[in-house]
Design a protein around this ligand. Structure first.
Ligand code: BJ8
Length: 425
């Protein structure tokens, strides 16, 4: 096994705490992922990526940096990877899904802040995230109030934060704002990298990201089959790796996996029996290693067939048009694509209601488990009207509020099992 300690130490990580984190996550991964039955062979690639997520992938980023490429850390699917690639940069996701150094984080942000934000502070304060430490620029965004205000103090902690403003209303003025912000961001990237965004480089960036999203769409479409050829846990993992891996290698690996899944479907091979209740999970993003809810669902005689979240279809649906367009037209096409994202920070957010209904139908979901992080006002708020809408459509809903701790696992399991029984009956 390669020893990366020198690299981690060079990045300023606290090696002792980092060792402990790797050990806990490794153990969790073994319990949650490696215990699954009937996994497709193509998942071996993603297991490998996960085993090297702080090792080989960071080494690749350091090598790229040595060649002059810039690493851009992001917290939100509103940050256009197309622009980052167009300056030969590398985009990496920084959201974290574990409860770490929350006491220290609460010296900067209120206790009643969602776990996702607290985790971003915790990972920085505990010096355990090589992605944060290797980023040349960290991009924050004015989305929910929690993030917007947290960035005011996060800025001083990291020293290289760039905050992008975002509209909150889907109006023509909102679109103008988004375009202006993307143009400003493009300029910032050009300054940072010393590379100009050209027609060719932007076209290439769009092509790479479109291909990545097409591969994910192909995977999602295959999950409409019954029995489903892949578990929800594995599909979530792929959606999480989406934010870290080299985009071209990722796309090839997802497509290779899809070839295998097509064969599985032809021969009727699935992960669970075709009588297993099918669940759509909806709500806040689930960052690595937040696998709590999917694991409970899939060990309670149900399977997840779709994710209506940013680590899922909200983050990957829709492509950017790029045929025979000028640079300006391509920027407009990027704005068009991202302006469709139905994040709960928008008001009103009618598209999301339609998207959930459509997804429930497309994936033949028997029920929806709506997942909010505690203190996440946008998603908690929409949970109420979404539950009413879906129940009216005859789709059972279970609303869950949770965080990153393991304290409520027993209680959640009881509620989820009861919900699955309700679906079955
Ligand atoms: S586009 S969902 S990634 S903002 S969970 S921090 S909303 S209080 S993450 Fe998000 Fe972009 Fe929207 Fe997606 Fe706030 Fe809620 Fe916390 Fe959240």
């Amino acid at each position: 096994m390669t020893d990366y300690r020198e690299m981690w130490s060079g990045l300023g990580l606290d090696l002792q705490t980092h060792d402990a984190v790797l050990e806990i996550v490794g153990k969790m991964y073994g319990e949650v992922y490696m215990s699954q039955k009937n996994r497709p062979k193509g998942m071996e690639y993603f297991d490998f990526v996960m085993s090297e997520i702080h090792g080989l992938r960071i080494k690749e980023l350091m090598d790229a940096k040595a060649e002059g490429r810039k690493i851009i850390g992001t917290f939100c699917v509103f940050v256009p990877e197309e622009l980052i690639l167009a300056v030969n940069g590398i985009s990496v996701g920084l959201c974290a899904g574990a409860e770490l150094a929350f006491d220290a984080a609460e010296q900067f942000i209120p206790r009643n802040t969602c776990a996702l934000i607290k985790s971003a502070f915790g990972f920085k304060l505990a010096k355990v995230c090589p992605y944060i430490e290797s980023a040349d620029l960290i991009v924050g965004e004015n989305t929910c109030d929690g993030k917007k205000k947290a960035y005011e103090s996060y800025k001083d902690l990291v020293g290289n934060l760039y905050v992008m403003d975002l509209p909150q209303v889907k109006s023509s003025e909102g679109k103008v704002l988004l375009k202006a912000e993307y143009q400003k961001f493009a300029k910032k990237l050009e300054e940072l990298s010393g590379n100009k965004i050209t027609k060719e480089s932007l076209q290439k960036g769009i092509e790479i990201v479109n291909s990545k999203r097409k591969a994910i769409k192909r995977l999602s479409d295959l999950r409409t089959a019954n029995p489903t050829p892949i578990s929800g846990l594995d599909a979530l993992l792929i959606n999480q790796v989406y934010f870290y891996d080299d985009p071209i290698r990722f796309t090839n690996s997802v497509n290779a996996l899809c070839d295998e899944l097509e064969l599985r479907i032809k021969t009727g091979v699935g992960v669970f029996s075709n009588k297993t209740p099918r669940i759509l999970v909806s709500g806040c993003p689930m960052a690595v290693p937040n696998w709590k809810i999917p694991q409970i669902i899939e060990t309670s005689n149900a399977t997840i067939v779709g994710e209506e979240m940013c680590t899922g279809e909200r983050g990957t649906r829709n492509f950017v048009a790029n045929e025979n367009l000028s640079t300006e037209e391509m920027i407009n096409a990027i704005v068009d694509r991202y302006f469709n994202i139905d994040c709960a920070i928008f008001t009103p957010n009618n598209e999301r209601y339609e998207n959930i209904k459509q997804m429930a139908k497309q994936y033949k979901a028997d029920g929806v488990i709506y997942y909010s992080l505690q203190f996440c006002q946008p998603y908690q708020n929409e949970s109420i009207s979404i539950e009413k809408m879906l129940e009216k459509e005859g789709i059972p809903v279970l609303n869950i509020d949770t965080d990153y701790s393991s304290e409520d696992i027993g209680q959640l399991k009881t509620r989820i099992e009861a919900f699955i029984e309700r679906i079955k009956s």
